[in-house]
Write a protein that binds this ligand. Sequence first.
Ligand code: ADP
Ligand code: MG
Ligand code: MG
Length: 882
Amino acid sequence: MTQRWVYSFDDSDFGSNAGLKSLLGGKGLGLAEMTRLGLPVPPGFTITTAACTWFFAHEHTWPDQLGAELEDAIARLELTSGKKLGCGDDPLLVSVRSGAAVSMPGMMDTVLNLGLNDRSCAALARRSDNAHFAWDSYRRFVQMFGDLVLGIHYTRFSKVQKQYCGDRELSDLTVAEQEELTKKLQEVIAQHGHEFPQDPRVQLRLAIDAVFRSYNSHRARYYRKTRKIPDDAGTAVSIQAMVFGNMGQDSGTGVAFTRNPKTGAAGLFGEWLPDAQGEDVVAGFCNPLPLNDGSAGSEDGARLEDVMPASYAMLIDMKGKLEAHFGDMQDIEFTIERGKLYLLQTRSGKRTAQAAVKIVVDLVREGHIDRKEALGRIDPQNLEYVLRPLISPDAQKNVIARGLDASPGAACGQVVFDSLDCQEYFDRDVPTILVRQETSPEDIQGMTVAAGVLTSRGGQTSHAAVVARGMGRPCVVGCTEIQVDYERELFYAGDSVIQKGDWITIDGGTGEVMEGKVEMLAPESDSGSLATLLAWADEHARLEVRANADTGPDALRARQLGAVGIGLSRTEHMFFKPEALRAIRRMILADDPRSRQRALNDILPIQRQMFRELFEVMDGLPVTIRLLDPPLHEFLPTRETEISEVAEDLGVRAEALVVRLKQLNEANPIMGHRGVRIGVSNPGVYRTQVRAIFEAACQLTKEGTVVLPEVMIPLVGIPNELKVMRDLTIETAEEIIARYGVGPKYKIGTMIELPRAALLADEIAEHADFFSFGTNDLTQMTYGFSRDDMGKFLADYQREGIIVDTPLAVFDVAGVGQLVSMATEKGRAAKPMLQVGICGEHASDPTGVRFFHENGLDYVSCSPYRVPVARLAAAHAALGFL
Ligand code: ADP
Ligand code: MG
Ligand code: MG
């Protein structure tokens, strides 16, 4: 079969459906599918992405047959519409639209009203009996053509336009004035050394080239890079007969989501503008009107539902058809021309993480998709955003302005006004709120690294709102109460003047803008939908999910989010309570065994109380407690002022403290006196911790709580290290259990976080009831990169392409993975019932989860907020989605 470059929307010769999206692009395929469903779509055709790829591979030229196929398609379009492209009494005008396989909203170019020239404009004016409309369209076309096709910055045109209009709106111009303005805009083109082409065929070819080129624009490439979208796919170009929303008050254009993209609630949600065209709504230059009660938009704006009830009813009807066909919430673009509704685009709508969860659960309930499909549609990583922070209800807040609640979650940061500053602050670890009048694709980079986004203009479907929601970034748009002054880098809000670098807080769930840093609450894990989805996930998952938690409240949160145990409780965090810190400092500084023991005796009740809280919350579920891991010097002060204070507090001489500090100082702390080595040198420390664990456990067991402690020894690399500590633990535990007369069932195990431990896993397993891979240390020890120092060279490695991902963020299957699978195998060979889990950073990283699933681990243990992520990832792994 010879290659075809052009497919009409109603082409019956699509062949198999597979690969169509990559050939026609999302937009082209959507138009074809809507046409086949019999929905009102203006006729047109699509030039394939393959033509675009060819174009780039052959010095911006076209494949041989493309010109001829284009002519055929135009001829067919002229035949169906009964009009001639850009000429005759009733000229055919078209849009030339970009659309890649992977949606990149707003990243590429689209040219509207193509085919207009001096003659066809006059014809259009006569034919439509609306000269105002004809010139409005021509003016738009000249401007778009100049900007997008000829590359003249749009501000050159808007400046001339502003000068010409003065205080008046465009709609106030007379027809003669519009004509004059359009000529002036053509002069701008001439001043830039171009000629505005009058020939529609020339216009068309140049526009197609421009749309091809827009695929490789800087912003489109950046967009793909940040989303890991491959660069070589190319864009399709759809050419479509124009319909006009700018023909008067009985016309208009809008954007509608078939469900609420913020909450997932059922019902049409969107905005529209009467007497407007194309991008007017999306661009955010005007504040659009709501479609209905459920849609945001200017509060008192006329609702489409009331103004054009017939068109609105049709939209509702189409919403049902589209969802039934696509099985998903759709984002549609529509235009009403003199009371007749047309659909111009449909795609799966971007949505917040909250909405995504509710929508798939509802789609299952409504019978559109099954549970597996629902699970597969949610990216596990996004579940973290379902639990985004909120403003504390009783927080002190000074609300200085209100805008539209575009993307939920609260964010707090220093104000900046452009992308570059965002990045610069981000590099210094300073959170920012990006404040703009409106955002454009140039701002993507800033939005990627900003904590939140605030715009003074634009509606719920403006660029800022759509992009922020997709990124899960808190966002407030259309905040007309603020005036942004880019030049002086400040904004006014009522009486306040907020300057670059000032702190503000925004609430994307309410639209509030507040001065300063406002207290935030950890998010609620409310939604029934999330619980439902995760329950479905658990039906498939084999890996269990535990959490890393050090305190009662953390453990409670983890349990509420579905953790089935604590996989890591770091006891050192307990030592940072003031009384405990003092005691451990006394212990470290003690000169003789007696005073050392006295200090440890003071630590005992504090630790016991903390363990009690953990065990109580986790009643019936296992709790893994890691004995002291960090080097002792971490508990001592380092700054001089602090040293003398601490010395005074402890009743020792500052010099003595300094001497001890010197002794404890290490050349290489990562490989220093830490982990089990502390237990070997200071068995009293570990013995005290074990006592605290078992006294708490025995007390609670007596009270009827089911306690399942698992004592974990860190940084073991030598089998005998574990043997010695196991003996110590059993001896201490049994003595306490004997004293209480009852006791818990307990386990003793070790972390596998040194390569040597993995190599000798079989011997180590003889002394262990469980292994828990500490993949943070295991990764740095395997690479020989210290995590505190790798920042100094990691960027160079990534720039050179030596490594792709950050090893501590994405599990290193190739290297560390071998150690994990070998250790698991060896350990289980020696002890078949050995329990094996992982408690590093990688526990909820999908790459890691898939690997741990495949290698037969029993559980992953991650931070409480990541528990939903891990539960869904575990299901994805089991279902083969990862
Ligand atoms: P984007 O991918 O940036 O949304 P589109 O190709 O969808 O670009 O076009 C931008 C706007 O122009 C859309 O809002 C659409 O409604 C409008 N538009 C595109 N083609 C036509 C057409 N044939 N008739 C009327 N409006 C159109
Ligand atoms: Mg666009
Ligand atoms: Mg569009």
